[in-house]
Design a protein around this ligand. Structure first.
Ligand code: AMP
Length: 220
């Protein structure tokens, strides 16, 4: 299977699609948001600094996130993986190239999930996550609601809302995304690695499109 690098705004469905690919195709899922939230939960000084940035909707530094991704990537190379949330800047994309060369990783596809701002906002406002297994649910989508109100179907514990999933922070995050993304898209387009998908609210359609993009992509 190809390694997948997702470029997408908040709430485009990267997490939900990743869960499916992990379950059905044995992918490793490297979510930078999850890595950062784990650091926050550890209660470290670094975690507190990260929390301030995430709550405001700002990005953490390229240096920090690149170091965290490098450490995690080292432990999963050899298995197919999904990068969810990295790269988010051109500088991160260039660092990623270096890492992939270092680890001798080829066979990658970059999938750009495009979604309207208001469609993404609606998802953000309904999103809740299991703090244990990290499964994401959406109260605004009948197919993605938990069976029991606010409880994880698998772990049977209370679901949580992310501190940055409110309208104000979402608008900041979306604008930051727009500012940084054009350069990344151009970068991967020039390398011939980019596949674009307009995100459907129907998860089955989205999954089908992603699987067909993976199938038809050439080896890099
Ligand atoms: P996510 O779970 O991917 O929506 O990420 C949540 C937040 O973590 C983002 O809004 C950023 O503050 C931070 N973050 C995640 N990935 C990165 C990254 N690659 N570079 C900088 N900040 C990031």
């Amino acid at each position: 299977m190809k390694n997948i690098i997702f470029i997408a705004p908040p709430a485009a469905g990267k997490g939900t699609v990743s869960e499916y690919l992990v379950k059905h195709f044995g992918y490793e899922h490297l979510s930078t948001g999850d890595l950062l939230r784990d650091e926050i939960k550890s209660g470290s000084e670094l975690g507190n600094q990260i929390n301030d940035l995430i709550t405001k909707g700002s990005l953490v530094s390229d240096e920090l996130i690149t170091r965290l991704v490098n450490e995690r990537l080292r432990s999963i190379v050899g298995k197919p993986f999904i990068l969810d949330g990295f790269p988010r800047t051109l500088s991160q994309a260039k660092s990623l190239d270096e890492m992939l060369i270092n680890y001798n990783v080829t066979n990658n596809i970059v999938i750009y999930l495009d979604i309207e701002e208001n469609q993404a906002l609606k998802r953000v406002l309904g999103r809740v996550t299991c703090p244990k297994c990290k499964r994401t649910y959406n109260l605004n989508n009948i197919n993605l609601r938990p069976k029991e109100d606010n409880v994880c179907d698998d772990c049977h514990i209370l679901l949580e809302k992310r501190s940055d999933d409110n309208e104000e922070t979402f608008r900041v995050r979306f604008n930051t995304y727009l500012e940084n993304t054009k350069a990344i898209i151009d970068y991967y387009e020039n390398k011939g690695l980019l596949s674009k998908i307009n995100v459907s609210d129907d998860l089955d359609i989205l999954l089908k499109e992603i699987l067909s993009k993976i199938k038809e992509a050439k080896n890099d």
